[in-house]
Design a protein around this ligand. Structure first.
Ligand SMILES: Cc1cc2nc3c(=O)[nH]c(=O)nc-3n(C[C@H](O)[C@H](O)[C@H](O)COP(=O)(O)OP(=O)(O)OC[C@H]3O[C@@H](n4cnc5c(N)ncnc54)[C@H](O)[C@@H]3O)c2cc1C
Length: 391
């Protein structure tokens, strides 16, 4: 057993940290106030986010996990996990735009299953950060039970015609194209009856933006007889659900890494505050009522860290085999739930400033609240873990 991080990943972390400090921190300072309103001004933030995405892609960070032939760096899941952690730990909202996962606006590894002649349209631009995409699976009647989707695709000549309604789609508002999951065989469903398609934005209609407590606001998408040529299928017809599942494990490592980084940021901020802020004639930190919860947070963070790194290492060494699924669910469940508690303790240590929009930790807790629901809510992770126990 060797827990040391490879030298090249340590060097990569250092250059990513330097990039964040040099290029993202000034933008964060300039635009911080735009995040505070009840309905932040997304139109003015969009070009800022886009410029960070492009610069990060130019520097080789944004979609580093994509294979080299697709324009990425072929970075390992462990390497990507470390960058996601560092972006979250920086405490900058805009840093999350510098690294694609777990944000589905960035390229999905599923895209490499498209025929090569479509890569100029759907792979290279999104890897370069000049376009964005979205991942459209969830529907009003099918969330956790994703195989119950109603969106359907019917073959007419050499085109697929897609009809349905998706909701809660991250980046649905701006995406240049969507990966859309639709039923192609109602009998088989998850077992060979759901297909993944790439659908350009001129073939769907955007519905309302879905404001919620996090800073990530998804959108509704409508497919009213959307038409795509037969070559717009990702992988094989009927295997869409399976394709999605094979990439789920690394996705869960990235959600875990984001939770880890946010928890680290919240703890660091709370320690700093507890040492500087005085009450009753001494620093807050001199009270065990303050220092013990923070000590517990440190123990929690180390537990999250090693679950996340271990999952990433397993995906790298064993591939995306479904055998890693139990670990992926344990990591997603534990990291998001525990990091939320870490953030809650930090909020408490900050007192009034803990719940202020202008404070450093309030939005961390909101974001973690969201992560406990998306990409398989905690109960769905428990369901998977229970299955691995034969329950
Ligand atoms: C901000 C945000 C962004 C999102 N982005 C995307 C995206 O980009 N693409 C996409 O496709 N989807 C996206 N989603 C959808 C997300 O994945 C779903 O919200 C999630 O899977 C839960 O589905 P649901 O909301 O329909 O809840 P439901 O499935 O209705 O579940 C409600 C509750 O019941 C629990 N539950 C369900 N079944 C069981 C069971 N068998 N046992 C115990 N408890 C159970 C759930 O855990 C949950 O707590 C996003 C959601 C949000 C909020």
């Amino acid at each position: 057993m060797d827990f040391a991080l490879p030298e090249e990943l340590i060097a990569l972390r250092q250059s990513f940290a330097a990039f964040l400090d040099r290029e993202v921190r000034p933008l964060e300072a300039e635009h911080a106030r735009e995040f505070w309103g009840e309905y932040p001004d997304r139109d003015s933030l969009a070009p800022v986010v886009q410029s960070i995405r492009r610069r990060s892609a130019e520097e080789g960070f944004y979609a580093a996990y994509m294979p080299e032939e697709a324009g990425g760096q072929g970075l390992s899941v462990l390497g990507t996990t470390l960058l996601v952690e560092d972006a979250a730990r920086s405490g900058m909202r805009l840093a999350l735009a510098a690294i694609a996962p777990p944000n589905p606006a960035g390229p999905s590894p599923l895209l490499v299953k498209l025929p090569r002649h479509l890569w100029d349209s759907y792979v290279f631009p999104v890897v370069a950060g000049t376009t964005t995409m979205c991942f459209a699976l969830t529907e009003p009647e099918a969330g956790s039970d994703a195989q119950s989707i109603r969106t359907k695709a019917v073959l007419e000549g050499d085109e697929w015609v897609i009809t349905g309604h998706k909701h809660y789609i991250t980046n649905g508002e701006h995406a240049d194209f969507a990966i859309v999951f639709a039923v192609t065989d109602a009998e088989k469903r998850a077992a060979g009856g759901i297909t993944a398609f790439v659908v350009p934005a001129d073939q769907f209609r955007r519905g309302k933006l879905q404001w919620n407590l996090s800073d990530s606001h998804p959108a509704e998408l409508y497919f009213d007889d959307a038409r795509v040529p037969v070559d717009h299928v990702i992988g094989e017809v009927g295997m869409g659900f399976f394709e999605a599942m094979t990439f789920l494990n690394s996705g869960r490592a990235y959600i875990g890494a984001q939770s880890l980084g946010l928890a680290e940021w919240a703890l660091d901020a709370a320690i700093d505050h507890a040492q500087k802020r005085t009450a009753f004639g001494r620093p807050l930190a001199k009270n065990q009522g303050v220092s013990f919860p923070l000590a517990r947070s440190k123990a929690d963070i180390e537990a999250i860290r090693w679950l996340v790194y271990h999952l990433a290492w397993r995906v790298d060494t064993e591939g995306d085999a479904l055998g890693v699924m139990g670990d992926a669910s344990i990591t997603k469940y534990y990291a998001t739930e525990t990091a939320f508690e870490v953030a809650d303790r930090a909020v408490q240590v900050f007192g009034g400033m803990g719940i202020m929009r202008e404070g450093p930790v309030e939005r961390v807790q909101r974001h973690l609240r969201m992560l406990r629901v998306v990409e398989g809510a905690s109960e769905v992770q428990l369901l998977v873990i229970a299955r691995t126990l034969g329950l």
